[in-house]
Design a protein around this ligand. Sequence first.
Ligand code: NI
Length: 121
Amino acid sequence: MEAIDMPFVVKRKDLQWKQIREGLRRAVVTTDRTMVVIYEAQPGPGLGTHRHPDCEQIVYYAQGSADLIVGEEAFSVEAGDFVFFPAGVEHGGQLTGEQMAISIDIFSPPLEDYLEEAIRL
Ligand code: NI
């Protein structure tokens, strides 16, 4: 985890983007209690269906659109929508449309898998 100079601000230029694969990257900022992840993704498959047993997730779709599955439910979302993925519930989906999708994902408590790449506040 990286220490940063200013205790309250992470500037855009200091974000640490991690390329997950072609057309999909994320940047992670975290405290001990809350993690925020920005995803930028070209239309196509998302991260794949997964669950995080100890961690709930709220996603805000800032741009683009997606077809999602949460538990047994399937639905579509577009820019301006929020989605809640409860802890332990399987979720996944497909990014649809023509536009790059940008989402802001909040994890509480922080997702341990992403701690290593996170900027630490
Ligand atoms: Ni998730």
